[in-house]
Design a binder for this molecule. Structure first.
Ligand code: CP
Length: 313
């Protein structure tokens, strides 16, 4: 099952360099892989290949999804426990990656707290580097799986109205989603505390609407994407307390009543239940949160197959 069209890069560093065609290629590949989601060892496209998970920040969904995706494609997976690796003895990221390449691995999936870490590493090694989140910069596979989920739910992404609510300033998920949804023709609105949704975002993302009226932001949405507060990236407090954030911006039953009848609730996870969203809504009929997680496997199978296929050429 070879990719249907040519994928240009051995790496996936961000959404920014991708065109609409590239995103479409990922979606077509994901469509082909979706039926194989629950069949371990079902495909052998990456048989004989090794994928190394190198996560220097915590992760449940992304790391597990890459692990499962690679195995579904027949690859072997090695997940490095970075707290027990030679990184703690002072080995550089570059030396770590060069050694992984010398061990004849074929791809590194990297999560790192520094923006630009994946791009830097991709220049150092000849094997594929997939960005699994770099600081507040990008989380490209999250945005691809989010857009893929919208496409499966609504049949298209173009013309959809998507409201991203919460900590936009420090969120790599928001940044990648704004880029991805914009390239696919969705209308993106951002909302949240003014300190986390500053006016200068309009300069960085010209097509994005900043909406200060939460009711309007929710009422126009076909999908509302909730974000957690990224405490780990904030060097100062941006609102008085979590309770005050929840009272002003948390999605509760009263605010969910402002949504259109067919609107869906999304969240990249991890969810802080009772903070950015009430549990009943996260688990309710509008929620596509676990669909996002499932689709993440098909999308990451697509990304691994495309990038590692380009690396072999
Ligand atoms: N959405 C996401 O990146 O989740 P994890 O941090 O658990 O990987």
């Amino acid at each position: 099952m070879a990719p249907t069209t040519r994928w240009k890069s051995k790496d996936l560093i961000g959404i920014d360099p991708l065109g609409e065609d590239d995103i479409g290629m990922v979606f077509r590949e994901a469509d082909r892989f979706l039926p194989a989601l629950s069949r371990a060892g079902g495909l052998s496209l990456l048989k004989g290949h090794t994928v190394v998970n190198l996560f220097l920040e915590p992760s449940t969904r992304t790391r597990t999804a890459f692990d499962i995706s690679a195995k579904r494609l027949g690859a072997e997976v090695v997940s490095i426990d970075t707290s027990a690796s030679s990184l703690v003895k002072g080995e550089t990221l570059r030396d770590t990656a060069l050694n992984i390449e010398a061990l004849k691995a074929d791809a590194i999936v990297l999560r790192h707290s520094s923006a630009g870490a994946a791009a830097y590493l991709a220049r150092q090694v000849g094997i594929s580097v997939i960005n699994a989140g770099d600081g507040a910069h990008e989380h490209p596979t999250q945005a691809l799986l989010d857009a893929y989920t919208l496409r499966r739910r609504f049949g298209k992404v173009a013309g959809l109205k998507v409201t991203i609510l919460g900590d936009i300033l420090f969120s790599r998920v928001a940044r990648s989603n704004i880029l991805c949804l914009g390239k696919l023709g969705a209308e993106v609105t951002v909302a949240g505390p003014a300190t986390l949704v500053p006016e200068r975002l309009a300069e960085a993302f010209p097509g994005v609407r900043i909406e200060r009226d939460l009711r309007k932001a929710l009422a126009r949405a076909d999908a509302v994407m909730l974000l957690r507060i990224q405490h780990e990236r904030q060097t100062t407090t941006h609102f008085p307390s979590l309770g005050e954030y929840t009272s002003q911006f948390g999605l509760n039953a009263a605010r969910a009543a402002w949504l259109k009848p067919g609107a869906v609730i999304m969240h990249p996870g991890p969810i802080n239940r009772g903070v950015e969203v009430e549990s009943d809504l996260a688990d309710g009929p509008r929620s596509v949160i676990l669909d996002q997680v499932s689709h993440g496997v098909a999308v990451r199978m697509a990304v691994l197959n495309l990038c590692m296929g380009a690396s072999r050429r």
